[in-house]
Structure formats: structure tokens, C-alpha cells
Design a protein around this ligand. Structure first.
Ligand code: UN1
Length: 499
């Protein structure tokens, strides 16, 4: 299937043509669409419509709101193949991962439909006779979603599916690198809304644009919740701006994720886990494995096995069967990778791989061999997140030192330990263990399921999306006390009687 037939199948052929912004595929560098960008007035109108829609949507019973998300999930099932291909085409990830991303959308829709009947609050024992205390959860308003190129559709769905069942309206600004997949998802959403029949106009909308559009959305107090995925620099700006107006932000920023390979690790399993997390998605997941601490007794063997695989990992057109690694997103990503590798050498590292690879028919794409870099210590480059397939490998002798090394990064998204030693595994997961939002044993740091809360600590931003009770981030809590007695006892036994 070529680009045009995918766009036609997704019903966006017209929208992907005749606009003012070119969209290039990282696979070949060729322009695959020209989309229309939105300006200040469009952003203003989207927020105004979303506020009006919210005022109606909050009154729709949550299980009925779930019905809309169920229809969205059904349509995603129908379009999974075409949308998965478009994700590959526009973001450059291999087809398996493009399809996997759409599957994540379907999964979160299922999760949200169930959730629409489970937005539970607590009942709380009152200290006063004839009183009842309880918590109610209410929608907040407009949830503005800002997403990155590397998960161009799933991130929207983690936020939107929850935000919608929770009773909010949703405005989405995707990365300017991936507007086509966003247009396709918006089209699917609008079709689901049409089928649903009674959703208010403007309940979900899409803003295509760059930095200015994002800044406008973030600064506007009508964006009650801002859920932003991207770099720490972006998150710092967003977080401060939203805090300035006491808005709510859900930040999912970078990760400098580490893994530990202990002396008791299953070598085969560890190798497979490391490869998927370090090489998969060409190292462009925020959960990608970037630092590896290997016990000195298994270091040489582990590094030798990794080097063998790194030399033969199938790099190529991500739409072709058998490819495991597609291109980097663009020239800038390539030059950042090369700069990091140079810095690593300057800081005493030994680099294997990392060079540009020519792929027949895709000469304009930025394909690279993944880089394995043996480092003497956690130098500044190791402690910097570079969004590229670079794996820094270091030796350790004491497990607690490896945990400390894991925690030395300024980010705190994901982490893992490969070990068959129960004491090590539990220590890694304990309060004295990994300080990340995700801590795994015997699987890599990437590829999380939607059922868990997704996000991390420190410079990762602290937000949580997706499963568990992340839905609470999209609702406001009201504590209600009802007095059904004929007395008015005061809390804390205060006597306030007159005369
Ligand atoms: C991201 O890279 O922004 O756990 C998200 C994972 C995916 C999500 C990655 N489920 O790797």
C-alpha cells in the first residue's frame, strides 16, 4: 500500500493535500502530504467550543460517555492496519510497532469503557452523629493534549479515552512532525462522534501547528488540564506556565532509563530484553534503554553477545518484513546522535557502531547502526538523554552501587533489573531501590502495558497517564459532608453556641 492509498483509506486524502506545511516521511525523506496549519484564532475557537461542549458533556452519565469511547475503539479495530501503516510511514517505526501502537489505543479504549462504570469515590466515617461523608469525582473541564512524534497516536488515546469518560472535552496538538496520523485519528474520532449521535459539537478537536500554537494552548486558562509529552525543556516551560495560573498539568517528559544485569541473570533472556528496549523504535522511545550496568563476572560475555547482535540487526525500510530498525526521525536527530558519540569518545568511551547506514531506495532517510558504547564511568554524556539508539554499558561489582548508578540520572521514568536472585529483585523494587515510576524485573524498561499507570519521577515530570488510577488526574475531587440530623455538632468538638 502506498501513501496515497493509506490516506484515502483513512479518509484524509483531501486534508493531506494543499496545505501550507509539508510532511516528510523519515523512511525516504519524500513529502507525503501538505497539511493546513492553524493560527491564533483557530486555537481560540477550539478552546471556546470545547468549553461549551464540556458544559453539556459533564451532565451525560459516565457509562453513556463510555459508549462513545467504545465506538472509537471499534473503529480503531477496523482501521488498525491502515493507521498502523501510517504510523510507520510518518514516524518511521517498524510496522509491527506501528500496529502495536494502534493496539495500545484499542486497549486503552477497552480500559476506559470499563472505567466509565467505576469512577468510584470513598465513603468516610464521620466523627459527628447523623452525618455522612463521601468523596465525589467530577470532570475538570478541557484537557489539552500535547504529544510527541515518537508515539504519534497512542499518547493522545491514553489521555483522550480517560478524559472523555471522565466528562472532559479534549483539544489535541500533535507534534508538527506527525500531523497526518493525527488527522487520521481525528477523522476516526469524528466518525465515532457522528455514530454516537448526541455528543456536543467541539467535544474533541485538533490543532495542527508549531510552538506558538502549543504556547497559546498552555497559557490559556481554558486549558484546565494540560497533558504534555516531550522533552524536559518543553515540560519545564509548560509546567511553570500552567502552575502560574494554578492549572493542572500531567507531564510525561524524557527518560534516561537504565538496566542492571546481575551475575545471576538468565543471559539469553537478558539479551532479548536489552535488544528490544535499546534498539527497538530506533532508540526513540522515552522508555528506551540507554544505560546498562553489568556485573563484572558476566560483563565480557554480555558485551560480546550484544556486539554480535548489534552488527547484524536488520536495518532498513520499516514497512518491509524482517526489518527490526527503521530510520531516525530527521537530520537533527542524526546530528545529535553523532555529537553524543563524539562526546562519549572524548569522555573515555569506546564506541561500536553508530554510523550512518545506506538503505537502497531510501537514500534520504537517516538510518544508523545502533551504537554500543563502553564507558569507564557515568560521565556527563551518559547522564544526558539523547533520543537515539545509543546504549552506554558500564561495569559494576556491588548491586547497591548499581542501584545508586540507576538513580543517579536526573530523569526517573523507567528501569529494570535482570536477576534470578530474589533478594536483588526485591531490593531493586523496594523503597531503597529504583527511584523510577516504572521498575521491572526480567523485562526491559520499555513496552509497558496500558493497565499500569505510566509516567515517572524527577525530570520526567511526575505525571501519570493510562491505567491504574491515573483517571483521577482528569477529575476533581469534592469531599461532601451531609448532616441528616436535627443537631449541628461541630467538628473537633468546638462549642459555638450563643448565650
Ligand atoms: C513514549 O515513548 O512516549 O512503554 C511512550 C512503552 C510504551 C510507551 C512509550 N508503551 O514503551
Amino acid at each position: 500500500m502506498d501513501a496515497n492509498s493509506i490516506l484515502a483509506e483513512l479518509g484524509i486524502a483531501k486534508l493531506a493535500d494543499g496545505g501550507d506545511m509539508d510532511v516528510a516521511s523519515p523512511i525516504t525523506g519524500a513529502v507525503i502530504g501538505r497539511v493546513k496549519t492553524h493560527g491564533e484564532k483557530d486555537v481560540d475557537a477550539a478552546l471556546a467550543r470545547a468549553r461549551t461542549a464540556f458544559a453539556q458533556w459533564r451532565d451525560v452519565p459516565a457509562p453513556r460517555r463510555g459508549e462513545l469511547v467504545r465506538l472509537l475503539g471499534n473503529r480503531l479495530r477496523e482501521k488498525k492496519d491502515a493507521l498502523g501503516r501510517l504510523v510507520s510511514l510518518e514516524a518511521g517505526k517498524i510496522l509491527q510497532e506501528g500496529l502495536g501502537e494502534v493496539q495500545e489505543m484499542i486497549d486503552i479504549c477497552d480500559f476506559a469503557v470499563g472505567l466509565s462504570r467505576q469512577l468510584y469515590g470513598l465513603t468516610i466515617a464521620s466523627e459527628r452523629p447523623g452525618h455522612r461523608m463521601a468523596e465525589s469525582w467530577h470532570p475538570v473541564g478541557v484537557c489539552t493534549v500535547i504529544s510527541a512524534f515518537n508515539f504519534p497516536v497512542a499518547v493522545w488515546s491514553w489521555n483522550a479515552a480517560l478524559a472523555l469518560v471522565c466528562g472532559n472535552a479534549v483539544v489535541w496538538k500533535p507534534s508538527e512532525k506527525t500531523p497526518l496520523t493525527a488527522l487520521a485519528v481525528d477523522r476516526i474520532m469524528q466518525d465515532a462522534i457522528a455514530e454516537f449521535g448526541s455528543a456536543p459539537a467541539g467535544l474533541t478537536s485538533l490543532i495542527i501547528g508549531g510552538r506558538e500554537a502549543g504556547a497559546q494552548l498552555v497559557a490559556d486558562p481554558r486549558s484546565d488540564i494540560v497533558s504534555a509529552t516531550g522533552s524536559t525543556a518543553m515540560g519545564r516551560a509548560v509546567g511553570v506556565e500552567v502552575a502560574r495560573r494554578f492549572g493542572r498539568s500531567i507531564l510525561e517528559l524524557g527518560g534516561n532509563n537504565a538496566g542492571i544485569v546481575s551475575k545471576s541473570a538468565d543471559p539469553e533472556l537478558a539479551l532479548r530484553g536489552i535488544l528490544f528496549s535499546a534498539v527497538g523504535t530506533a532508540g526513540q522511545r522515552c522508555t528506551s534503554l540507554r544505560r546498562l550496568f553489568v556485573h563484572e563476572s558476566v560483563y565480557d560475555d554480555t558485551v560480546a553477545r550484544l556486539k554480535t547482535f548489534y552488527a547484524k540487526v536488520p536495518i532498513g525500510n520499516p514497512l518491509e518484513k524482517g526489518t527490526l530498525m527503521g530510520p531516525l526521525i530527521d537530520a537533527q536527530a542524526f546530528s545529535r546522535m553523532q555529537q553524543a558519540l563524539q562526546q562519549a569518545k572524548d569522555e573515555g568511551g569506546t564506541v561500536t557502531g553508530g554510523e550512518r547506514v545506506e538503505v537502497k531506495g531510501c537514500e534520504q532517510g537517516f538510518y544508523v547502526r545502533p551504537a554500543l558504547v563502553e564507558m569507564p564511568a557515568q560521565t556527563p554524556v551518559v547522564l544526558t538523554e539523547t533520543f537515539a539508539p545509543i546504549l552506554y554499558v558500564l561495569r559494576y561489582s556491588d548491586f547497591d552501587d548499581a542501584i545508586a548508578a540507576n538513580n543517579a540520572a536526573s530523569h526517573g521514568l523507567s528501569s529494570c533489573a535482570f536477576t534470578n536472585d530474589l533478594r536483588e529483585a526485591e531490593r531493586f523494587l523496594s523503597a531503597a531501590g529504583s527511584d523510577c515510576g516504572i521498575a521491572n524485573v526480567n523485562i526491559g524498561p520499555s513496552g509497558a502495558e496500558i493497565g499500569g499507570a505510566f509516567g515517572g519521577e524527577k525530570e520526567t515530570g511526575g505525571g501519570r497517564e493510562s491505567g491504574s488510577d491515573a483517571w483521577k488526574g482528569y477529575m476533581r475531587r469534592a469531599t461532601n459532608t451531609v448532616n441528616y440530623s436535627s443537631e449541628l455538632p461541630l467538628a473537633q468538638g468546638i462549642d459555638f453556641s450563643i448565650g
